[in-house]
Design a protein around this ligand. Structure first.
Ligand SMILES: *Cc1c(COP(=O)(O)O)cnc(C)c1O
Length: 460
């Protein structure tokens, strides 16, 4: 297997009939008798393979360039590179990471409209030519430091309905776009296309339609000025899990007709996107352990009945990862997370209003403000699903709390599928994703044995 000659690609194969969630349970069982109950992740690389197939089914005309900032774990980047994805890098370090695993410069877009000069020079030195811009100063920087650059003009979108707005910081208006195109002509800089980003966590697919139509205007302006523009970059903003109001396919079913209308196939425009969250969110499950607990008795209850008094308590749980770690997504990504319990509550079990806190000494470090939970004990585990996007990438070790360990897994059918895609690309006869679904041992009540997870270190 050529192309990736660097480090090993470390993950464990899932044995037949087992899924990533079984590995979570297995890891929990392994440490059950020890004091060492550090938070950890289990990441299913097969989920990324599934997402890749789903992408091409929903957006057959659009080549994905994964946004590395969303989760820069090497195993993620490696999986996507084997699948043939391109990469959206925003810095020298991200370019180095992607190139270190053998990705060629044509598969990289340096999609940061505001770059440090030394990093523009770095991109030039390693052959990365596609880069975005949205201002005249950036045009001049690029003209001087990277004369071969192929520039992509980032336009602003109406991202007022997105969870994380980006157009407050980046993107030229249509009026400015004309000025920039004229200036680029004077500077003899090549403009090859247009990009936009509707905002991360987009809740209105019409935003894409408007942006695609605006991009068409800019293509027309470019043609008037004599540019040969051939790249449309529709950015990111696609959901990465199913717990969202607007499903991925609901968005893409609105995007496709807009692409066909404004950029028909015979226009020979190559269309790319920069999905981040889409690829990684659902692949990662985080397990945290309860390290401390406080019981607060509600003193206003006024009842002498012991049972009633018990109902009137609220609980505070302290767990070993928080907003300075993986849950930085609560602050930076406006995430709302909810715990999943590893033990099913009994049918008659009482639930109490509970809050969940991270391990640091900061009062800001709160994960869940209020959630109804059965009474849990120190040493119990909680899981958080869909934790792959904007979590590990921005976590700190503030207050001396270490980042959770990452355990990567993949089923053999997904590994095989990944190899097939690597060899032949995505073929129309690729089996339906659901046909590959490996049944979950946990759900089917199978015994877990240590052989569930055979360690594999594969050199691709
Ligand atoms: C963050 C970012 C992305 C990825 O956005 P998602 O919403 O995670 O898909 C793509 N492109 C650019 C330029 C970005 O800044």
């Amino acid at each position: 297997m050529n192309g990736f000659s660097n480090d090993d690609f470390d993950f464990s194969f899932l044995e037949e009939g087992f899924c990533a969630r079984d590995i979570v349970e297995q890891k929990i069982n392994e440490v059950s008798l020890s004091d060492d109950k550090d938070a950890f992740y289990v990441a299913d690389l097969g989920d990324i393979v599934k997402k890749h197939l789903r992408w091409f089914k929903a957006l057959p005309r659009v080549a994905p360039f994964y946004a590395v900032k969303c989760n820069d774990s090497k195993a993620v980047v490696k999986t996507l590179s084997i699948l043939g994805a391109g990469f959206d890098c925003a810095s020298k370090t991200e370019i180095q990471l992607v190139q270190s695993i053998g990705v060629s410069p044509e598969r990289i877009i340096y999609a940061n409209p505001c770059k440090q000069v030394s990093q523009i020079k770095y991109a030039a030195s390693c052959g990365v030519e596609k880069m975005t811009f949205d201002s005249e100063v950036e045009l001049m920087k690029v003209a001087r430091n990277h004369p071969n650059a192929k520039l992509v003009l980032r336009i602003a979108t109406d991202d007022s309905k997105a969870v994380c707005r980006l157009s407050v910081k980046f993107g030229a208006t249509l009026k400015t776009s004309r000025v920039l195109l004229e200036r680029a002509k004077e500077l003899n800089v090549d403009i090859i296309g247009v990009s936009f980003h509707v905002g991360s966590g987009c809740t209105d697919p019409q935003t894409y339609v408007q942006a695609v139509s605006d991009a068409r205007c800019v293509f027309d302006m470019g043609a008037e000025l004599g540019f040969n523009m051939y790249l449309l970059d529709i950015g990111g903003g696609f959901p990465g899990s199913e717990d969202v109001k607007l499903k991925f396919e609901e968005i893409t079913s609105v995007i496709n007709p807009a692409l066909d209308k404004y950029f028909p196939t015979d226009s020979a425009v190559k269309i790319i996107a920069e999905p981040g969250r889409y690829y990684v969110a659902s692949a990662f499950t985080l397990a945290v352990n309860i390290i401390a607990k406080k019981v607060m008795v509600n003193e206003q209850s006024g009842s002498d009945d012991e049972e009633d008094a018990a109902n009137d308590k609220t609980l505070m749980y302290y767990v070993n990862d928080g907003v300075y770690g993986s849950f930085n997504c609560i602050l930076f990504d406006h995430a709302h997370v909810k715990p999943v319990l590893t033990k099913k509550p009994k049918p008659d079990e009482k639930f109490y209003s509970s809050s969940i806190w991270g391990p640091t000494c900061d009062g800001l470090d709160r994960i869940v403000e209020r959630f109804e939970l059965p009474e849990l004990q120190v040493g119990d585990w909680m899981l958080y699903e869909n934790m792959g996007a904007y979590t590990v990438a921005a976590s700190s070790t503030f207050n001396g709390f270490q980042r959770p360990t990452l355990h990567y897994v993949m089923s053999r059918p997904h590994w095989q599928l990944m190899q097939d895609i690597k060899e032949h690309g995505i073929l129309p006869e690729v089996p339906e994703v659901s046909a590959l679904h490996v049944s979950c041992a946990r759900e089917s009540g199978m015994e877990l044995t240590p052989t569930v997870c055979t360690a594999a270190s594969i050199n691709v």
